[in-house]
Ligand binder design. Structure first.
Ligand SMILES: C[S@@+](CC[C@H](N)C(=O)[O-])C[C@H]1O[C@@H](n2cnc3c(N)ncnc32)[C@H](O)[C@@H]1O
Length: 259
């Protein structure tokens, strides 16, 4: 595969995450923020996999993603995610980092953490993202209310000045006003981006474009990859609406006034 001299900037590429990452030069993106599909429809429970609802009847993800069914055999899923992380690690430089969001689940009565995906990658810290409430009520265990963000960092990665004050437990509500079934809350991505000095931020599972909007808002460049044409359209529309609204706000500011 031939490498582009420099990565494309401020675009959302339609296609497969791993295939498209392979076209980008090594060390060419400073920061990766991503939330892959969680393989939720491969479930030992009685909820999502039957497609009828049950305890998951209110979950937006019940209908799955637009073009991806999220139901791989577990081993194949782990292999896929490890291959994606391998490409991500190649793309960041010696002072780069990957913020990889995932969810721990109980499967067949046992905790399924995600060590099989991240083992061997340079995980420096696990950030707990505490969400409001949860949906999988089960008499066998307490209601899960958090997701994790693995901070996978190359040796020279450093946070922006004062960012370490945020600690490692972050509380952000789920995003509800979004047509995508599993979007990041923008404040969560804002927290990550503003905690770094990265110039170019990649999200290889871009979904509705939250990482792109946050990158723009924080004065950084972005690059996204998404397999569903519907979500690429949604993400581009969000980016455009956001850019237009900020341009409008700027033009409304009285001249000479400092903000
Ligand atoms: C959890 S969602 C990401 C949501 C995103 N963080 C947001 O804020 O909207 C995962 C996304 O990965 C996409 N996806 C699934 N398989 C993919 C693949 N092979 N390559 C690229 N994207 C893929 C799905 O369509 C889905 O939009």
């Amino acid at each position: 595969m031939t490498h582009a001299a420099t990565p494309p900037l401020n675009q959302i590429l339609l296609g497969d995450s791993i295939e498209l990452m392979k076209t980008l030069p090594s060390g060419s993106v400073d920061l990766i923020i991503t939330s892959p599909p969680y393989n939720l429809k491969n479930s030992t429970g009685n909820g999502m996999k039957d497609g009828r609802g049950g305890k998951w009847s209110n979950a937006a993800l019940l209908n799955g993603y637009a073009t991806y069914d999220d139901a791989m055999p577990h081993e194949a899923y782990v292999e896929w995610q490890r291959a994606a992380l391998t490409e991500m690690l190649r793309l960041i430089p010696e002072d780069g980092a990957i913020f990889y969001n995932h969810k721990w689940r109980v499967q067949a009565g046992l905790l399924q953490d995600r060590h099989d995906i991240v083992d061997g990658f340079p995980v420096r810290q696990i950030i707990i993202w505490r969400r409001k409430g949860g949906i999988n009520f089960n008499a066998g265990y307490f209601l899960p209310t958090f997701e994790v963000i693995y901070m996978i960092a190359k040796p020279k990665f450093r946070l922006a000045p004062k960012a370490n004050r945020f600690g490692d437990v972050w509380e952000f509500n789920q995003e509800s006003k979004n047509l995508h079934p599993a979007p990041f809350p923008k404040p969560l991505v804002d927290r990550i981006i503003s905690s770094t000095t990265a110039n170019l931020v990649l999200d290889p599972f871009m979904g509705s474009g939250t990482t792109a909007v946050s990158a723009i808002d924080n004065g950084r460049n972005y690059l996204g990859i998404e397999i569903s044409p519907e979500y690429v359209e949604l993400a581009n529309a969000r980016v455009q609406a956001f850019t237009e609204s900020t341009t409008k706000q700027q033009s409304l500011r009285p001249t000479g006034q400092l903000f």
